[in-house]
Write a protein that binds this ligand. Structure first.
Ligand SMILES: [Zn+2]
Ligand SMILES: [Zn+2]
Length: 344
């Protein structure tokens, strides 16, 4: 869509009688086209390049309607590309009512910039409009008391937020809710209902991956058991698939803390959630639960632990290191993780 526009616009008037068709398009039509583009752009650069094309496109691409429609992939920003300009762009999108921008900037402010209050209010803004990832992220914060002390944990609020997110189709939230019911964590224990939800989460995941495969995404192609890039939970059904796409905000956090500015900021004793698709850091020492067998890996949630167990940790976990690690106190609620049952 961008190319014809650029071609039309960069077309020089060789003759003063020629008409530049782009100039003759009314603003509202261009805004409409740009809105379609921003909602379907597959990367930040695909949209942001428009801003530097010419003054008119810069002005119209920053129109409230265009920014409000920008899809999540427009916010798949690399942590190494973070700048005041990108921050300002996200703020403009938030001010235009874009929920994905509220969620993304909320996560970045809360975890990476350590501006907890502002991050929380941005996530809450998205959650109030039923943005499922924002509801789930607030649940994880409640379960851990992130940004506060362990007395700030509110397990019941975490379960309630997970329930709302899972009703909106959020698979991680459904899985988390299943584990909470199974373990009686923040809610009255109901093992059979918990297991039912876990099976449902796996089934939804299967449906999601099959949809992705049939929509011709080569990175998610179905593969038989073998290499590292298998889809963990589906091993229960006898086959494996490529790992699903990690959400942009989660990638940003992982990059920020592993190779970006957060590498130094992530103070001693604080750890990242070991699940590759998460990227959440601890906000205080021993915040996350840890594997009770090896004591070497830490998780922000039961859902992350279950996924990582099936994806890779069951191949790596061994009890021999536990003695040395035991001296660090472990998870601060004394509710350390246990190895996951492969059955669910
Ligand atoms: Zn996690
Ligand atoms: Zn382990």
């Amino acid at each position: 869509m961008r190319r014809p526009l650029k071609q039309q616009h960069s077309h020089k008037r060789t003759d003063k009688h020629d008409i530049d068709l782009f100039d003759s398009l009314p603003d509202d039509l261009v805004v409409f086209i740009l809105s379609k583009l921003s909602s379907s752009a597959s990367s930040p650069s695909q949209f942001i390049n428009i801003l530097s094309t010419c003054k008119r496109l810069n002005r119209l691409a920053l129109h409230r309607m265009v920014l409000s429609k920008a899809g999540p992939k427009v916010f798949a920003i690399k942590a190494t590309n973070w700048s005041e300009y990108v921050h300002r762009f996200l703020k403009q999108c938030v001010n235009s009512g874009n929920l994905d921008a509220s969620y993304t900037l909320g996560m970045i402010r809360f975890y990476c910039l350590k501006n907890r209050a502002s991050g929380l209010s941005l996530m809450a803004k998205a959650a109030m409009k039923s943005h499922a990832p924002a509801l789930y992220s607030l649940a994880v914060i409640q379960f851990n008391g992130s940004g506060g002390t362990k007395r700030d944990k509110d397990l019941r609020a975490g379960v309630a937020l997970c329930a709302r997110a899972s009703l909106l189709g959020h698979i991680d939230a459904l899985r988390e809710l299943g584990h909470c019911l199974q373990d009686g964590y923040g809610v009255k224990q109901n093992v059979s209902e918990g297991r039912r939800l876990l099976v449902q989460a796996n089934a939804r995941e299967l449906a999601f991956v099959i949809r992705s495969v049939t929509s011709e995404s080569p990175s998610r192609a179905m593969t038989w058991q073998g290499d590292y890039s298998v889809f963990p939970l589906l091993s229960d059904y006898g086959y494996s698939m490529a790992v699903p796409e990690v959400q942009p905000a989660n990638w940003f956090m992982r990059e920020w803390f592993e190779s970006g500015p957060g590498r130094v900021e992530l103070g001693e004793g604080l750890r990242l959630c070991a699940h590759i698709g998460c990227g959440r850091p601890e906000t205080r020492a021993h915040e996350f639960r840890r594997c009770s067998v090896c004591g070497k890996v830490n998780y922000c949630s039961r859902g992350c632990q279950a996924l990582d167990w099936k994806l890779r940790h069951k191949m790596e976990c061994s009890p021999e290191e536990l003695v040395a690690e035991d001296n660090d106190g472990g998870a601060d609620d004394g509710n350390e993780a246990v190895p996951q049952n492969d059955a669910v």
